[in-house]
Design a protein around this ligand. Sequence first.
Ligand code: SAM
Ligand code: SF4
Length: 330
Amino acid sequence: MENLVDGFGRVARKLRLSVTDRCNFRCSFCMPREPVWLPSDELLSFEEILRVVRIFASMGVSRVRLTGGEPLVRAGVERLVKMIAAVEGVEGVSMTTNGFHLSTYAERLAEAGLKSVTVSLHSLKPEKFDEIVGVRGVFNRVMAGVAAARKSGLAVKINVVVVKGCNDDELFDFAELARETGMTVRFIEFMPFDGERSWSIERVVNASKIIEVLSERYQLYPKERESGSTARYYGFKDTQTGEIGVISSVSEPFCWDCDRVRVKADGKLVPCLFSRDEYDLKPLLRSGATDEEVIRFVRLAFMKKFRGVETLLRSNGMLEHVRPMHTIGG
Ligand code: SAM
Ligand code: SF4
């Protein structure tokens, strides 16, 4: 079958699948203070999600990342991982998680076929971490989750959302974590998708600044960028152990070779994180539409994927808040 292609010739290869908008954390850069959750009957069932994955896989989408909200608060998610990993054409299933439930789930997830996990860890100072995620006493549990994931054989990456004046004094500590453990630590620019809408460009630490700061202490070398990757990776010249990455979605987005497509927990297809456009698959899935009908709908929706962040900046000179991050997954 033909690949899933947008109006600019970009081919979809990766599916970001949100399995819930709910979360047990309240990260300041993501959640509103009083979140309103989707009613549970609005969520796609595992069987509906599986059908969506099969349909995307039939069009050449081979990598699936489960996200949320917090994917590990959806009951039975390891069963979903197993179902997705068995879909023809799916080459890898991964997950982005806050790590809270990882010590319980890591082994089951690995057995179910999960290949890698990205754990969000925004500070290495326990009190600061708790303050950022809005829940007390959870730092050690998240670190235990990271250890459990590594022990279970999952490839583990760390995501750090860098916010000026909050955790940008910890760049060296995170680089040391990468060097000591061999993990990949990725620094993400703060995007305007916080629930309280308090984002401002002054609070963004540009990826180039992060590299500049780290280069004061380390000799970094850029690695070749994989096509479609949101991150730029750097190794340390003095050791083979560990690497860092920067995700410059605000200052230097790689929209021109973007290969992602997103589906929210309620079945809305979102071609681009920065665009308001959503296309509801649920009515089709729940009204007996054939796969061919769903495929036609998906192709038409994806064809309308907009060019990207640069277009936004050119048209109104600024980035707008589109939706809180927990409703779609980063
Ligand atoms: N709950 C999981 C977690 O925190 O890893 C998965 C969902 S979370 C929305 C996905 C990723 O988006 C996380 O790495 C999170 O830190 C990141 N994120 C959340 N809000 C963000 C924002 N405003 N700007 C940049 N990244 C953000
Ligand atoms: Fe939850 Fe992840 Fe959002 Fe934090 S970033 S509130 S852990 S969904």
